[in-house]
Design a protein around this ligand. Sequence first.
Ligand SMILES: *Cc1c(COP(=O)(O)O)cnc(C)c1O
Length: 449
Amino acid sequence: MTTSSARTPGERTAGLVERDLRSLWHPFTQHSVWPADDPIVVDRAEGMYLYDTDGNRYLDGVSSLWLSVHGHGVPEIDAAIRNQLGRLDHATFLGMTHEPAIELAERLLATAPRELTRVFYAGDGSSAVEAAIKMAYQAQAQMDGGGPARTLYLHVAEGYHGDTLGAVSVGGIDLFHSTYRPILLDTRMVSSPGVLGPDQTRTDRAREVLAEMRALLERDGDRVCAIVIEPLVQAAGGMLTHDMLFVRGVRALCDEFRVLMVVDEVATGIGRTGRMWAVEHAGVAPDLLTCGKGLTGGYLPLSAVLAREDVYDAFLGTPAQARTFFHGHSYTANPLCCAAAIANLDLMAARGTVAHAARVGKRIGELTAGLATHDGVREIRRIGTMTGIEVASVRERTGFAVCQAARRRGVWVRPLGDVVVLMPPLAIEDEDLETLCSVVEDSVREVLG
Ligand SMILES: *Cc1c(COP(=O)(O)O)cnc(C)c1O
């Protein structure tokens, strides 16, 4: 029944898989096919590599789903968590505060556009988006001196903001989101600036979608509280990249129609695009910015909403006025998570990780150039380290087949449909990066000829 009865690694693995299949339900997983996909049982991790219970190692080519910054088992982050554990495990953030949360807020704000002056903590990316969406509605209601209620959200096709209902409401991926449409918030969706028409440039596409957005705002603008976007890269949508003109255009429309700009940097933030924040490329400051994923270096769940002071001010009043943001979680600002995040940001600063990430991105571009001309490759899209290799759909789950081929060669990558994603830890060095790209190239050639 338990691992104690297993004698060989193979028996231990088989026993764990069997127990998993009996008791567990995995996220985004079709359990009728998963057992046949030969699940990996991860045992430990070190640096850029994951090790399974059979002793095989896999290069972590997607940063354990877009999280890891310096890799696994980073001594400085390990020590920071241990030190914090010796002092304070957890305390409520309702009516109390603590140094790790204060320190992290200051550090985060110091990296962000200076218009952002407040940090509200949450747990996962989805819960940060959820908080931002509620903040936007309530801020608008409390800033407005009358007028119709601003209950509408404007968002973008192929967008992804997490899996809680508010986040799903502003999502735009049919496969994930259409099932839930009947139980969602009222929204208006524009086309994706990353899905181009034949022979269309990204600039033209950005202009076209901005015009679509303007038309919606001219009709319903006084009922829209916020526009929610992923800046520069719609990640889960398939690493769809767009022109920074789009981000600037959204800012201008928000100003014109008094709509709040919510920028979801859960995937793009913390150095992923080769800048600390994707909005830096566009030189734009949003009203609300969400971050998560890489915040703790990939160690622990922590996310945050960064807000402008005027949004924060809209919540001030006497207790009886009930202008309070009535929102929070049991583990808000968990000190262990904050300590991991501070250590992560310290290391990033000391090692120049963001500049390194920009170089890693360039190198990925060079190393995948050969693949870009392969007949089976439709397009390679990349901003910074966020890379999507869209392959032709030659069989069921082609992208998945490529990833399985890579796995047999010791590289762990995961597809989004027929887009093979490369998103290594920001700190990856050239040798591992060459392995990642050459293995993926060989795997594409194996599956697509
Ligand atoms: C992953 C992601 C989320 C959701 O974050 P979770 O931590 O998985 O809840 C939200 N927005 C974007 C852009 C993401 O990529």
